[in-house]
Write a protein that binds this ligand. Structure first.
Ligand code: ADP
Length: 179
C-alpha cells in the first residue's frame, strides 16, 4: 500500500524491519540504548555489537535518551546503513502526554534522517509492543506526523512502515486509507 506525498513515497508493508535495505531503519529503543526485547533486540542481534558500542558512547557523552528524542548510529552488519534510535512513550491511559511524545519520537527521527541527508527510512510501529500504546491510536499519530513532514522540503524520498504482524499492518492500512 502506498501514497505519494510531495516528492516522496509513503508505503506500508508487513515484515521484519531488520531485513530492510534502506538508508536507515528506526529502532523503538529504551532510554539506556542497551538493547532489549521486541524490535530493539532484533535490530541489535542482526546488526552486531558495533551498534551497542556506538550507543554506549552516545549515552556516555549525552546521557540517557529521553522519550520523544532520537539519535543516529551505524547500521553495523545490517543492510541498512544507519539505525536511528528513538524512545516512544509508555502508555499510561493517554492523558500523560503520550500522543505528543509519540509524535515527537517520529518527528525527531525524521529530523535526524533529514539532517544526515538520508533518502529512505523504515519505521516499525513505535510503542505498540511492550510499551502498550493502542495500535489504532498510534497509527493515527505515526501517519499524521510522517505526512506532515513529507509535505515540507526535505531530502527524504521514501518512508516505509514495516509492520511485524497482520493486526498492526491492518490497523495502519485502515488509517492510511482515510488520509
Ligand atoms: P515498544 O517498547 O516501543 O512497544 P516493541 O519492540 O515491544 O517496542 O514493539 C514495537 C512493535 O515492533 C510491535 O508492533 C512489534 O510487533 C514490532 N516488532 C517486533 N519485532 C520486529 C521486527 N523484527 N520488525 C518490525 N517490527 C517488529
Amino acid at each position: 500500500m502506498e501514497k505519494v506525498i510531495g516528492n516522496a513515497k509513503l508505503s506500508l508493508m508487513q515484515g521484519d524491519i531488520t531485513q530492510q535495505d534502506s538508508d536507515a531503519i528506526v529502532n523503538a529503543a529504551n532510554s539506556g540504548l542497551m538493547g532489549g526485547g521486541g524490535v530493539d533486540g532484533a535490530i541489535h542481534r542482526a546488526g552486531g555489537p558495533v551498534i551497542k558500542e556506538e550507543c554506549k558512547k552516545i549515552v556516555a557523552e549525552h546521557g540517557r535518551l529521553a522519550a520523544g528524542q532520537a539519535v543516529i548510529s551505524t547500521g553495523g552488519n545490517l543492510k541498512a546503513r544507519h539505525v536511528i534510535h528513538t524512545v516512544g512513550p509508555v502508555w499510561h491511559g493517554g492523558a500523560k502526554g503520550e500522543p505528543e511524545t509519540l509524535a515527537s519520537a517520529y518527528r525527531e527521527s525524521l529530523k535526524v534522517a533529514a539532517e544526515n541527508g538520508l533518502r529512505t527510512v523504515s519505521f516499525p510501529s513505535i510503542s505498540t509492543g511492550v510499551y502498550g500504546y493502542p495500535i489504532d491510536k498510534a497509527a493515527e499519530v505515526a501517519l499524521r506526523i510522517v505526512v506532515d513532514f513529507l509535505t515540507q522540503e526535505t531530502s527524504l524520498k521514501e518512508i516505509t512502515f514495516v509492520l511485524f504482524d497482520s493486526r498492526t499492518f491492518e490497523a495502519y492500512s485502515r488509517v492510511m486509507e482515510e488520509l
